[in-house]
Ligand binder design. Structure first.
Ligand SMILES: [Zn+2]
Length: 330
């Protein structure tokens, strides 16, 4: 290449890089990337993410690598060295995250971690540029589910989300009364929950509390796998309980955990040799695991496999009794 050719090439390269940088940082999201989110100030919740267009159920809202992952124990010692090992951009991203305003300067890093940490495995917390900004929403305020996959997290829309709606996920399970949920959140994350469900009227709160507590009680009974195969376990009664949880969730508008619920019934069907019911419940489970965790998640794929071949279920024929338990629509 001649000298002038090299010059033109360098100029074109510099222009190209400038355009890319402008698209990345000057105009928000890069062109061509469909990230329908905006970061906004939310009354009483610091900053949060809102949808900039309608998102369908099961939509992959975000897939993100963490800035860092840290062992939850012994944070005081680990956090300073973790932060000093970050590059400048990542460290700045960390310090841009929200924290309570009444914190002394020396405690800010720990306050940021406490406010924005995402529990990804037992005893491990991760910090994300964007996912850490998703606020907590109890019960039917929850419209997304975050799950961790090996080295990154994904966030899926558990129900359709309207343009302008804030994205919420559960930091702690919602199957408690309003008082217990708020106390848990205050103890663990240092904030008093003011999500739409916690701001319901006293009458509506009481109804919601009863539904959520009932769901928790029934699920605890249902998920006691030791009942399978025991004489006193009536499989039809277990299925009735599962359908009751499904119905309570429908009334409450709280859909988190439906993949697991339907899987549980497919397990009961498998244990009692009902291949049709096992197939149908496994299909339903795959559908809801697909919304919650992604259609390519291990849970979804496992349930699709069971739906295609019920006798491959690890609990197949666990009980000696054969019982027709019926599908989800019966
Ligand atoms: Zn709440």
């Amino acid at each position: 290449m001649s000298t002038s050719g090299k010059l033109y090439f360098s100029a074109a390269l510099a222009l190209g890089i400038s355009i890319i940088l402008f698209q990345l940082y000057g105009r928000g999201w890069p062109f061509g990337l469909d990230v329908p989110l905006d970061i906004v100030n939310v009354e009483g919740r610091g900053r949060g993410l809102i949808a900039t267009r309608d998102l369908p159920q099961g939509y992959l809202i975000l897939k993100e690598n963490p800035l860092f992952v840290i062992q939850a124990e012994d944070l005081g010692r680990r956090l300073p060295s973790t932060l000093s090992n970050l590059d400048k951009t990542d460290r700045e991203a960390f310090f841009q995250l929200s924290f309570p305003s009444d914190i002394p300067n020396s405690d800010i890093p720990e306050a940021i971690l406490r406010t924005n940490g995402v529990s990804i495995r037992s005893n491990e917390t991760a910090i994300f540029r964007l996912l850490s900004r998703v606020n907590h929403g109890c019960s039917h305020a929850t419209n997304s589910v975050l799950s961790w996959r090996d080295n990154h997290a994904v966030l899926y829309a558990i129900r359709p989300i309207k343009k302008g709606e804030e994205i919420f996920r559960e930091y702690v399970p919602s199957k408690f009364s309003r008082k217990v949920r708020r106390d848990n959140l205050e103890a663990l994350y240092g904030f008093r929950c003011n999500c739409p469900v916690c701001l319901l009227s006293p009458v509506e709160t009481e109804k919601s509390d009863i539904r959520l507590s009932s769901i928790a009680t029934i699920e605890a009974e249902l998920y006691d796998r030791n009942k399978l195969g025991k004489e006193e376990a009536d499989p039809k009664e277990l299925v009735r309980l599962a359908k009751r949880v499904w119905g309570l969730g429908e009334t409450e508008g709280y859909w988190v955990g439906r993949g697991r619920l339907a899987e549980e019934v497919s397990t009961i069907a498998a244990a009692y040799h009902d291949s049709d019911a096992c197939r149908q419940w496994a299909r339903l489970s795959a559908e809801w695991y697909g919304y919650e965790l992604g259609r390519d998640s291990n849970q979804t794929l496992r349930m699709i496999q069971i739906s295609l071949n019920p006798t491959s279920h690890p609990y197949w024929g666990e009980s000696r009794k054969k019982t027709e338990i019926g599908g989800p629509d019966e």
